[in-house]
Design a protein around this ligand. Sequence first.
Ligand code: GLY
Length: 362
Amino acid sequence: MGRLINIHYDSKPLYNINIEQDFSGLPAVFESLRLKNRKLCILTDSTVGSYYLDTVMGIAREYTARAVSYTFEAGEKSKNLDTIEDFYEKLIKEHFDRNDVIAALGGGVTGDMAGFAAATYLRGIRVVQIPSSLVAMVDSSIGGKTGVDFRGYKNMVGSFHQPSAVYINVSMLSTLTDGQYYSGFGEVVKHGLIRDMKYLDYIKDNYSGINSRDLSVLEEIVAGSCNIKRAVVENDPEEKGERAVLNFGHTLGHAIEKLKDFSMLHGECVSIGMAAAAYISMKRGMLSQAEYNGICQVLKDLELPVKADGLKAEDIINISKSDKKMDAGKIKFILLNGMGNAVICNDVTDSEMLEALNTVLA
Ligand code: GLY
């Protein structure tokens, strides 16, 4: 059956998100993009490529003039300008022109890099996102944020470049490790907490389908998250204002991710960051103690951590201040003013962050 979500900018349809349980709808997406006489280069990593590259290449060969691929070593360590340079070289050697297309087959690292390469190669070509991880399906493949890490600073170099299409096959979630799978629920819970408590109730009512990776439950969850993200990015495509609410849990989460040298997964770090941000919200009287406890419980129920060890609160705060979520020298912090209602605050003090971090540092 599948779901179709259309993303509009300036009230005009811009691209579709197809949510399916297999790849059977992908040929129609390639046809709608008129790829029959165009070349397509699939960017993937060594892990995702080993599972899905042959299948997607098979479809691409049939529905494009020429399909090629470029595979990089899986992991955040590859998310840099060196990999992008090698990828540009591949595109140049294959004579890719402005009408040819890149497809991202993989998780957030692949999607962000494919998007960045597409934004910059020949001043911009089209990119199709085929996300394989839950984080990429519900968050990074949508909304056009692209980029790479630079000298240890996460996503520091990048650009906004909207995809031409997003094709989500939720059955790809079956090949994720448990850690990667549950890590994706960090972003899923975030979407409920910032915008839609009914969505969070659906998550809480479906733990058994989540744990068994039931495809219908996953389709519902992915569609729900994509819709929340759609509503936010349509209003503020380039994060001039409200899109920053999507960074709930990320201010301290990114710093933890960096201090742990990416040994902890993104969603796990965001989970700890959300627990700390919820604590500050509670201390400010914006959440009750029961609501704060409830947030920590949902995260724990989804195998997500609400505590980190081996880190110093002061280091986390210092790193947060060199992150890009700053506004005139102040950290742009996202708090919850009630469940399902995220707000942007520029006045969170170091002592509030210290107190919150001391509750989440084991
Ligand atoms: N991942 C946050 C955003 O797309 O704005």
